[in-house]
Every structure is written in C-alpha cells, then in structure tokens.
Design a protein around this ligand. Structure first.
Ligand SMILES: NC(=O)c1ccc[n+]([C@@H]2O[C@H](COP(=O)([O-])OP(=O)(O)OC[C@H]3O[C@@H](n4cnc5c(N)ncnc54)[C@H](OP(=O)(O)O)[C@@H]3O)[C@@H](O)[C@H]2O)c1
Length: 319
C-alpha cells in the first residue's frame, strides 16, 4: 500500500476505509473483513454515531493477533458542538473510549462551523443552535487541539472542509501545523488549487466522498446530480483497462498524492477498492479525467448556511 508522508516523520496509508453511514451490525463485519483484506487506515468521526462499534471490531482484531495497534492508522473528528476550548479534550476522550484506544493517529476539526454544546452529537434544527466564529474562533479550537497533542492523545491534528483562506488564517497562529485537510474530492471536484496550496505548506489531503457518496441522505440529493458510474469518459477507461469506475476514481486520487477513504460495507467492494491502490493510470487517462472537473459538491454545505446565522455558502467555502 502506498503511504504519504505526514507530519515530520510519519506515514499515512493512502487508502483507508470510510465509516459514515455504515450501520450498526454491518460495520463490525466490514472492519473485520477490511483488516483481513489489508486495510490499515480507518476514518471515523463522533458524529457518525458508530465509533463504539468500530472500537469493538478493532479491539477484537488486535486481541486475536490479526493486527497490531501500531500497524493501524485511526482518524477521528471533533464535532461542531465541541469547538469551545474546554470541550475539545473531553470530546476526544469520549472518542478514544468508544474506539478503545489510548491515542489517535489523527484528530481533525470536522467543519469550520461552531454549534452550541447543548446540541450534543447532533445537527442543528434552527439558527439558535449555532455559535458564530467570532464567539468561538477556529484559532481557539485549534489551540485546544494542540494541547491534545501535548497530552499524547493524538499524534497528529488537522482540519476538514477548510478553504485556502481558513488554512492560511490558521497557519498565522498555529503552534502545531495542521498535518491534514480532509475535503470532498473526486473527478467532478478536483480542488487543484487547494491541493497545490496545502502541499506547498506540507499539509496532506484526504479525499472524502471519492465515489460520489451515493448513499448520502436524501436531503443532500438532487435529480440532476452527476454520477461517475454513468460518465462516458469513465466508461471508456473502464473498457480500456478492465477496471471498474470506482477503481478508476480511487486510483486517480492516489496518483495525485492524496489519501482517499471510500466507504463500503460489502466484502467484494472492499476488496475492489483496496486493489485500486495498486492501479496505475497513464498520462492520457489522467488528462482525460482532469477534463471532468466541474467544481461540483455532493456535500454542498447547505446544512450550515442557515438564515439568521453568520454562515453562508460563500464564507463557508470562501468562494
Ligand atoms: N470530513 C467530512 O466532512 C466528510 C464528509 C463525508 C464523508 N467523509 C468520510 O469519507 C468517507 C467516504 O465518503 P462517503 O461515505 O460520503 O461516500 P463514498 O465513499 O464516495 O461512497 C460510498 C457509497 O459508494 C458505494 N460503494 C463503495 N465502493 C463501491 C464500489 N467499488 N462500486 C460501487 N459502489 C461502491 C457504497 O456502498 P456499499 O457500502 O454498499 O459498498 C456507498 O453507497 C465517509 O464514509 C467518511 O468516512 C468525511
């Protein structure tokens, strides 16, 4: 498995398993099968509501001697309602307890959006649930993330859904540089400028929803959303190489030196996705895929851009 340099002298496996939407019951099996296949990188988050199940599966695999803790790369994310500095460490501790781990490899600020702590592990239902970034600045949340590194609870810290502007703002005050920016990325949303900027600053990127997140909630779906599976250019590449559309999308992400975290709970698709890490696309394939960019987001941030709050799509993405 290809790895990417992260932080001063660490390496993250380029392909990992996403766990958003993986349901109770099916996730334990998926993690167990994934470890058998060879997956070592797992992407988790408190808001996915399934970290305890991930923890049980990991613990079982470790206890059975199928994998060692230090062979695993475990990422999790701070939920938006825990941005107040005093809430960060307890949130991480809850995640560690659920995952049955002493420390994380990577802990990310999930979104540059702050919600009231009273919301708990939930989504806002109205503008009253929000805190502005003037009340809880990202720099203050970040300083609390840094103390988690000092305390040995997270090896690396990073961000998710951060724009170039927000990365630059953070770099102004950060004592510990963000190691990662996890963002939506796939052939329809290639984020070339962001990738270049992060790499220039030694920040790695992870591509989320790399297959188009077909199982995303209905509220995030529109009839005319593009899909990779039916794209004629991708179909030509499928025929040329005898790879599936999903494998082409994953190989593309890895070949751009980004990490990628497809979600699956199906054994055949877990294997297929894992195998994509060894696929080499040629220059002509990469050029064809680069032409598919249309800056299209499946997770467009609507959830946060609510009337009566400071948050808009413009200031969320800084576009
Ligand atoms: N930081 C963030 O804000 C953020 C946001 C979104 C996602 N994420 C992370 O990124 C991960 C991946 O993104 P995602 O879950 O949104 O979507 P995704 O990985 O793009 O797509 C998942 C969907 O693709 C299907 N699938 C998987 N492999 C396939 C294959 N080889 N062929 C055909 N279909 C396949 C899955 O079904 P089966 O399970 O039935 O195979 C599922 O319906 C998440 O799970 C989460 O860990 C992070």
């Amino acid at each position: 498995m290809k790895t990417l340099k992260i932080g001063e002298n660490d390496r993250i496996p380029a392909l990992g398993l996403g766990t958003w939407k993986s349901k109770e019951g099916e996730l334990y099996k998926a993690i167990t099968e994934a470890i058998e296949i060879g997956y070592r990188h797992f992407d988790c988050a408190a808001i996915y509501g399934n970290e305890a199940e991930v923890g049980r599966a990991l613990r079982h695999a470790i206890n059975e001697g199928r994998v060692k803790r230090d062979q695993l790369w475990i990422t999790s994310k701070l939920w938006n309602s825990m941005h107040k500095p005093e809430d960060v460490r307890p949130a991480l501790q809850k995640t560690l307890d659920d995952l049955q781990l002493e420390s994380l490899d990577l802990y990310l600020i999930h979104w540059p959006v702050a919600l009231k702590p009273s919301l708990g592990n939930g989504f806002p239902t109205g503008s009253d649930d929000f805190l502005s970034l003037r009340e809880v600045p990202l720099s203050a949340t970040w300083a609390a993330m840094e103390t988690c590194v000092d305390a040995g609870l997270a090896k690396h810290i990073g961000v998710s859904n951060f724009s170039i502007k927000k990365i630059d703002d953070l770099l102004q005050t950060a004592r510990v540089k963000p190691a990662m920016n996890q963002v939506e990325m796939h052939p329809f949303l290639q984020q070339g400028t962001l990738v270049e900027h992060c790499h220039k600053h030694g920040i790695q990127l992870t591509a989320y929803s790399p297959l188009g997140s077909n199982d995303r909630p209905d509220r995030l779906k529109k009839d005319d959303d593009p899909n990779l599976r039916d794209n004629p250019k991708i179909k030509i590449l499928e025929k040329k190489h005898d790879y599936t559309w999903a494998q082409i999308a994953l190989a593309w992400a890895i070949q751009r030196d980004t990490a990628v975290i497809p979600k699956s709970v199906n054994k055949d698709r877990l294997q297929q996705n894992y195998d994509a890490a060894d696929i080499e696309l040629d220059d002509d394939d990469m050029a064809k895929i680069s032409m598919l960019d249309r800056h299209f987001r499946y997770i467009n941030g609507d959830t946060w851009a609510q009337q009566g709050t400071d948050y808009t799509l413009e200031n969320l993405w800084d576009e």
